[in-house]
Design a protein around this ligand. Sequence first.
Ligand code: UDX
Length: 437
Amino acid sequence: MQISVIGCSYLGAVTSSCLAALGHDVVGVDINERIVAELSAGRAPFFEPGLQEILSEQGSTGRLRYTTDPSAVAGSAVHFVCVGTPQRAGENAADLRQVDSAVEGLLPHLRPGDVVVGKSTVPVGTAARLAARIAEVEPEATLVWNPEFLREGFAVEDTLHPDRIVYGVPDGPAGERARAILDEVYAAPLSDGTPLVVTDYPTAELVKVAANSFLATKISFINAMAELCEVAGGDVTALADAIGHDDRIGRKFLNAGLGFGGGCLPKDIRAFMARAGELGADEALTFLREVDTINLRRRDRVVEMARQILGGAVADRRIAVLGAAFKPNSDDVRDSPALDVAARLDQHGADVRVTDPHAIPNARAIHPHLTYVTSVDEAVDGSDLVLLVTEWREYATLDPAALAQKVRGAAIIDARNVLDPVAWRGAGWTYRGLGRP
Ligand code: UDX
């Protein structure tokens, strides 16, 4: 099938290359020349495990190409909209300008029977509005809302082998036809037994934000329990294991620590609250305000812990910050709790040395004044305190005895609860986890 993908940054780069891997002829269109140049050369424009391989593989089949020319979508029967919906500056609501302009750019090229597939995360009601706009120009084209659930770090895997596929389609024969076309697009995962939920536009839009809100709530729930453990002397990791054995609860997403960040969860729950307010259902999502607050409070807690360990003030003390990305296996620093903590300590006058295996260039672009180093050794050299803030495997497996030789003060805050307190204390470290005695 001939498919166009509009927007080739994170979501679009992964979607386009995976659609080619599913056997389709794909053209990716983006206004960003750098991204198009990188993708055209078969190079991943950001760090994502497996993306590089799939791009070079699919690029060489001739089934995958990238361009800045918006008219390249002409000739495709299916058009995926994969642009970003960031948080509006100074507001909680989503900024839909990229989605609107992607659809406007498509309109002159649409032909009867074409299917437009919305993948971006949007406020509920957007699909109906876009469908009406499409109908003004090409009444025989159909919009399907098909949210994406991929996780950074596992994006290729999640796209090729999704947990579920959701289509929001209009009622009637046009919807039936569009559904059949998408069944063809996703023939491979569907034949592997991937569950399919076919529903209306608002439900499909809500599935995405509901899923992200649930995940965010789960994380803030366990972080609230961590706060309780901290005052009562309990261990939140044992608590999470114990409640996680109840399969109605489940152990996944119960890792207490520095909380959630990234380009999705924080902005999605805020945009969801803003949209609920517009719809007069503000009260239904008041709890998400608390989820957001608990999440941000974890960052205060780590800064406060650093101050306590260093005898009341962090000014002029050297602090090694291990991690800048919002999570491991990603170079993404959008709303990164790790980088936020580093920046706050720097503001309080600490001599902060930040390291990360992949995210330093992105971190530098946001916080150019911080000191970045390329290895753990350089970060910890002569440090008074070590902070593990992103649980990269190489940080979670550090040898406490060897590291103790390099620091000035053997104190560590394990803000992701991935180290063994017994081993670290045994090697002479002052060890502090979050929600752990
Ligand atoms: C998320 C959703 O998981 C994905 O389905 C959706 O499509 C996009 O948003 P992503 O932002 O890539 O994906 O990361 P995710 O793995 O969900 O982690 C989000 C944040 O939560 C990270 O900062 C992570 O460190 C944090 N987290 C996750 C915890 O603090 N504790 C946990 O137990 C799990």
